[in-house]
Design a protein around this ligand. Structure first.
Ligand code: SAH
Ligand code: SF4
Ligand code: F3S
Length: 475
C-alpha cells in the first residue's frame, strides 16, 4: 500500500526528470483476465483526465476487457476523478453511492478510483476507512501500473491503494485508445510549478515535466498517417513548455515544428499569460494550420487579487497581451477562466474584473466561485463573503460574459466557415463540429462528411452554438 502525502506533494527539488520508455507491461496472467468482461469508465475534469482515460481504456483492453457505456452491465467500474473544486468532489462521492448499490447486488464487481482526487491525502484516508468496498485506488503518476495493481487486488482479495506523491517522471509508450478518429489529444507536458495560491493541480499532478520534442513530433506524424485531422497539444500551462528541459527550445519552436508536419489543425490548451511570448504569437500568426483560438485565463481583473492568487501579471499586462494577440492575429477568438469571490475580494476588485471583461469582450468564459482546496495557501485566507454575495457576483459576471458570447457569435451570421465535422449532433441536426475559432456548429449534413473539414454557411446563432448548412459538396 502507498498512500498519498500532502507534504511530499507540495515539494519541489532540482532533481532531473527521467524520461521512461518501455516501463508499461501487462503481466502474463493478466492478459486474459478481462475475457468476456466489461468495463465502464466515468471521467470527470479537464482534457488531461479525458486523455488519461484513453490510456486506461487501452490498458484495460490489453487485459481483454471490453468497454460498455451502461454501468449496469459492467464487471469493472473506474472513476477517473477531478479535484479542482468542491463540487467535483461531491459529484464523485455521489456517483460512488450508485456504484455501492450495484456492488451490493453483485459483489464481484470491481470498483477503482483514480485521477486527481486519488492524489489527495484526506480523500484517500476516507476511502481507506469509510469506503472499504472500493477495490483499487491509483494515482496520476502510476496509471501505467494498473495491471499490477489489479492483479494484487484480485490475488489478495483486499483494497489495493497505490498512490505516489512524487514530483513525477515522463512515461512514454503507454497505449492509448482514442475516443475520436479525427482529433487527438497529445500531451506535451505534465504537472505544474506555477502554484497559483487557490489551485490544487501542482499537488495532484506533480512537477512540470515536458516531453521531448521528438516524441511529440513522432506522435503527431503517426496521427497524420492514421488519418487524424486535428491535434490538441495538452498541458496545464503549455506556454512554459520546454523550460524544465533547458534545451533553449520553447513553445513557439514546438508549435512551428508541429505546424511543419502538415497536420491540418493544431490547437493547444491552456495558456498562462505569464509565459506567452512574442515568438509564440508570431508563430500562431504565421501558420494557417495553427488555429486562431486562444484560451487565456484571466482569473481576476484586480491587481490586488491577482497578487494574492500568485498569478504574476497585472490587469494592465493582461490587457496589453490580449491586445497584442488581437492585433497580430485579428481573426482570433479568445476565451478565459474567471474566479469570483476569492478571499478578500471587495466590490471594487470585482468591478475591476468586470472592467476587463468589458474591455476584452471574450468569445466565452468559464466562470467559477472560489472553492477552498485543502493544502493550498488560499484555503487558509479569510473569506467573509456570504453565499448570497458570491452567487450574486457570479450571476452578474455570467450575464456580461453571455452577452459578449452572443455578440461574438452574431458576427458569424451568413458567413462561410470551415468546420471539422467530428460527431453526430445531440440536437435534431445531424452532425457537429468546430470552426477554427472553436465555435460549436450544428450542421445538417450527411454522415459521409464525418471527419471532413467542410465549408459551412452559418444560418442561425445562439449564445453557445451556431447552426449552419453545408455549402461544399466537393470533399
Ligand atoms: N492551468 C490552467 C487552469 C486549470 S484549472 C491555468 O492556469 O490557466 C481550470 C480553471 O479552474 C482555472 O483556470 C480556474 O479558473 C479554476 N479553478 C482552479 N482552482 C480553483 C478553485 N480553487 N476554486 C475555483 N476555481 C478554480
Ligand atoms: Fe493551477 Fe495555476 Fe498551475 Fe493553472 S497555472 S494548473 S491555475 S497552479
Ligand atoms: Fe481536475 Fe486534475 Fe484536471 S484536478 S481539472 S482533473 S488536472
Amino acid at each position: 500500500m502507498n498512500l498519498p502525502n500532502l507534504k511530499e506533494a507540495q515539494k519541489r527539488t532540482n532533481k532531473d526528470i527521467k524520461i521512461i520508455k518501455n516501463d508499461y507491461k501487462v503481466p502474463k496472467e493478466m492478459k486474459s483476465i478481462g475475457k468476456n468482461k466489461k468495463y465502464y469508465i466515468k471521467t470527470y475534469g479537464c482534457q488531461m483526465n479525458v486523455h488519461d482515460s484513453e490510456n486506461i481504456k487501452a490498458i484495460l483492453e490489453d487485459m481483454s476487457f471490453n468497454e460498455t457505456s451502461e454501468i449496469e452491465n459492467a464487471d469493472l467500474i473506474i472513476l477517473n476523478t477531478c479535484a479542482i473544486r468542491e463540487n467535483a468532489h461531491n459529484k464523485m462521492f455521489g456517483f460512488l453511492g450508485r456504484v455501492k448499490h450495484l456492488k451490493d447486488s453483485n459483489p464481484n464487481i470491481i470498483c477503482g478510483i483514480c485521477g486527481c482526487m486519488a492524489q489527495e491525502e484526506s480523500v484517500v484516508n476516507d476511502i481507506k476507512n469509510k469506503y472499504k468496498w472500493v477495490d483499487i485506488v491509483f494515482g496520476t503518476h502510476n496509471l501505467h501500473k494498473l495491471p499490477e495493481i489489479l492483479k494484487d487486488s484480485i490475488k489478495d482479495k483486499k483494497q489495493e491503494i497505490e498512490v505516489y506523491s512524487i514530483e513525477g517522471d515522463v512515461y512514454e509508450n503507454i497505449p492509448v485508445k482514442r475516443d475520436s478518429k479525427y482529433k487527438a489529444w497529445v500531451n506535451i507536458m505534465y504537472g505544474c510549478d506555477k502554484f497559483c495560491t487557490y489551485c490544487i493541480v501542482p499537488y495532484t499532478r506533480g512537477k512540470q515535466r515536458s516531453r521531448l520534442k521528438e516524441d511529440i513530433i513522432n506522435e503527431v506524424k503517426e496521427l497524420i498517417n492514421n488519418g487524424y485531422k486535428e491535434v490538441t497539444l495538452l498541458g496545464q500551462n503549455v506556454n512554459a513548455y520546454g523550460k524544465d528541459l533547458h534545451l533553449n527550445y520553447t513553445m513557439g519552436d514546438l508549435l512551428e515544428e508541429v505546424a511543419k508536419t502538415g497536420i491540418e489543425r493544431i490547437r493547444f490548451v491552456t495558456s498562462h499569460p505569464w509565459d506567452f511570448d512574442d515568438n509564440m504569437i508570431d508563430t500562431i500568426a504565421k501558420y494557417p494550420n495553427i488555429m486562431p483560438y486562444i484560451h487565456l485565463p484571466l482569473q481576476s481583473g484586480s491587481d490586488r487579487i491577482l497578487k494574492l492568487m500568485g498569478r504574476r501579471y497585472t490587469k494592465k499586462e493582461y490587457l496589453e497581451l490580449f491586445n497584442k494577440i488581437k492585433n497580430r492575429i485579428p481573426n482570433s477568438s479568445i476565451t478565459t477562466d474567471i474566479i469570483v469571490a476569492f478571499p478578500g475580494e471587495t466590490l471594487k476588485d470585482f468591478e475591476d474584473t468586470l472592467d476587463v471583461v468589458k474591455a476584452c469582450k471574450f468569445d466565452s468564459a468559464f466562470t467559477f466561485i472560489f472553492s477552498p482546496r485543502e493544502g493550498t495557501p488560499a484555503a487558509r485566507m479569510k473569506n467573509d463573503l456570504s453565499l448570497e454575495e458570491k452567487n450574486s457576483r457570479l450571476y452578474k459576471l455570467n450575464e456580461l460574459v453571455n452577452k459578449y458570447a452572443l455578440e461574438a457569435n452574431e458576427k458569424y451570421l451568413n458567413k462561410v466557415v470551415k468546420v471539422l465535422l467530428e460527431d453526430y449532433s445531440e440536437k435534431d441536426k445531424k452532425l457537429m463540429g468546430y470552426t477554427d475559432t472553436m465555435k460549436l456548429v450544428n450542421v445538417s449534413a450527411d454522415e459521409k462528411y464525418l471527419g471532413k473539414i467542410v465549408n459551412v454557411k452559418i444560418t442561425d446563432v445562439k449564445t453557445w452554438s451556431l447552426d449552419g448548412e453545408l455549402i461544399d459538396e466537393k470533399v
